[in-house]
Design a protein around this ligand. Sequence first.
Ligand code: C2E
Ligand code: CA
Ligand code: CA
Length: 861
Amino acid sequence: MARTANLPPTSPTPRVQVRRLIAGFSAVFGLACLVILAALFNIAGTLDQQERQRSAFHANQALEQRLLASRQFLSSYAVWDAAFEHLAGQADWQWAYEQKNIGESLYSASGYEGVFVLENERTTYALFKGQPSQASASTYIDAPLQPIIDQARAAAIPREQITRFVLFNGWPAVLSAAAVRPDREVTDSDVAHAPVMLFVDQLTEDKLAVLGSGAGLTGMHVEKDQTKAHDHLRIELGDTGYHLAWSSPLPGRQMLRAVLPALAAALLILGLIMLYLFHHALRSSRAMGMTLTHLQQSNQALEASEQRFRAVAESASDWIWETDREQRLTYLSQRFANVTGYSVDDWLGHPLNQLLACDTTPLSPWLDALGTADPQQLANLRCSYRDQNGQNRYCRISARAIFHHGDPMGYRGTASDITDEVDAHARIQHLSLHDPLTGLANRNKLARHLEQALLRGSDSPPLTLLLLDLDNFKPINDSLGHGAGDAVLQEVATRLRDTTREGDLVARLGGDEFVLVLNGMDNRNEVDRFCARLIGLLQQPIDFDSQHLHIGASVGVAQTRTQGFDAGELIRCADIALYQAKADGKGTWRYFAAEMNQQIQYRRQLENDLRRALRNQEFELHYQPRYRLSDLRIVAVEALLRWQHPQEGLLGPDTFIPLAEQSDIIVALGRWVLREACHTAHDWPADIVVSVNLSPAQFLRSDVVADVREILLETAFPAQRLELEITENVMLNDIEGALGTMLSLKELGVRLNMDDFGTGYSSLGYLRTYPFDSIKIDKRFISGLGSNSGSDRAVVQAIISLGEAMGLTVTAEGVESEQQLKALEKDRCHEVQGYYLSRPLDGPGVEALLHHTPQITARPL
Ligand code: C2E
Ligand code: CA
Ligand code: CA
């Protein structure tokens, strides 16, 4: 994809650029104009200056010429023997004026306004504008005359004359003075008193005009000094206060006058043209700017879209591909390398189907089909490939044919990596069919498996289904926490997997229930061996947190051979068999048998009834007193549970306790008994202990310590008056746990009595370690006391002496005869209990017994 040039965002807009250009250009133009003008003015100035200098020179020349001419003219009159002759002393007017030697023509022809002859202070001859005048020269001439006379006389010897600028009749004039002398060599004394002739040439306008034109100058005139006109050249006219001025032609100024308007016009036109051009440039720059902005924007848009494209192409898992007509790769986007690990060059030129494969549709014909399809058609296909690491990956190909003049030229499309999606899908699928905790198949998978296995009905190969339930799982979970429970379940799963063969299925139905589907195993012996091995394996302790956890398992077995090929029915039958196995003492297995149905139905019914009975308060307690053998006084009363069944009447505990123990009902029932006993015994004489039987199931399924504590507080019953009867079966499953519980119970202050002593497995050994206060010899041994002489009595005697040795109170229960009582008395048993002394009584009965005959001893029946 060709990249388009991008303008940096910081560059000024074209309009600004053009503006700057115009400003620069205008400045240069203005400067150029100024330079031209300056040069022009400079030239003009120089020209003018030169012209002024020239004119001044000419003016000077002209003036000098006039002065010279005037002197020379005067000289012809002054150096004249006749004049000397006629003017010395008294002027000879006759000769001078009448004979026109120095006459009127000096004014009319030569232009001298004043002609004077002075003999020292005296004016001897005077003509004013050609006419004789009696006025002295000083009347007309505004200047000291003696210095002029002296200088003129001094200049006489070398035949020279002097000229001065003076005011004549108030107007500037050239005064020429010369001493009148004879035309011979003279001495100082000859001229010391010689008359001085003055010719005054007033600088009138007419004369100046002639003078100026003669010098090529115009406007020559005199001005008073105060009228200042510096630009005009001038020649000072002595001390007259006037100067000679003229107007110089000033070619520079003329030139300027001639050139400037044209130049200005030209510059103006140029300026206007420039203005127009600038304006145009600005407008087009604006347009260009807009175009550029537009271009820039579209550039940016293009760039942005390209970036977006790249971002999408690079960030998404998609890569883009193109092939030629033969489906050989001609283009791969960079993303391809990132996703697949291959370099783009590795694959360019190779056929697409060499890279990708689809398991349902061959890629190549699929692409071919696009070439003949609607050009707009976009098709998707899921493909897989191996990336550079050899990992299997999935992608979704979308493809479209590239047409040129209606012919397919190749193919183009994207490939979205959907490996994660496929994996996730697989995970979900796995999760939907497997138990997340153990990884075993779940109920769904079991259903599918059975469906598959039983597909052909009675033609399907036979199979055996085992429904397995863990014994003792719940207490572990309750007391040690879910971590322990989970560990147990996982270990069980492992062991179950290890026992099964390929083709078998192990599933967890939830909780501690598992199903094993044994494929092809049909023979009973074989199944028996398998079950025995399985149960044995599960009875091996499970290590958790440095503890050995003991569990077991009960198994119900159903087989297609006998129960048929219906999955649901198989599970139901296995369930009933399992129920039976548990009822038969756990840790065993039972095959489904038709008669179980009824029995189980009954039991299920009973279970429901029990729950209902608890709600309806159909339970009651009977109390059987316990007597001290020495004086046969009542020391304790044992609470014994009864069920006032609405149909069956009063039921003894043996009919329902074992059933209650198989479920949580025992917990609620046990709590009720404890509360009821404490509550009832509360008002009994303070020295009477109340004895409550605890089921081992209560130890396993609930927190007995907490329950007892709570009920003692609730009923405000003194702990030392409560005795708990526990059979040694409690210790069977979890010796250490049971010990801990018992120690905790003792810490509450209650008494502990070991019930049914002698029926357990290894009772004697435990006595030392467990905190019992008393032991109760099981009634089996007592019943034997009277009849057969030997062994039972020996056992009873041994138990009594053991209890004695360990400081325990020993009670004998089931005392039904005086004979038995006597024997026990003889054997120094501490306490007795039995029908012979008192049957269990209802509440009011025992109360009456305790309150009304408190001192009453046994009332043997
Ligand atoms: P147990 O703890 O050994 O209670 C003594 C049983 O022997 C009682 O039976 C009692 O009625 C009976 N009995 C008393 N004196 C004699 C006698 O002289 N001869 C004969 N043959 N029997 C006598 P019961 O009340 O049917 O209780 C049976 C068992 O049920 C009890 O045996 C006890 O283990 C259990 N049980 C009773 N009440 C409760 C209870 O509240 N909770 C629990 N967990 N178990 C209970
Ligand atoms: Ca008992
Ligand atoms: Ca007993």
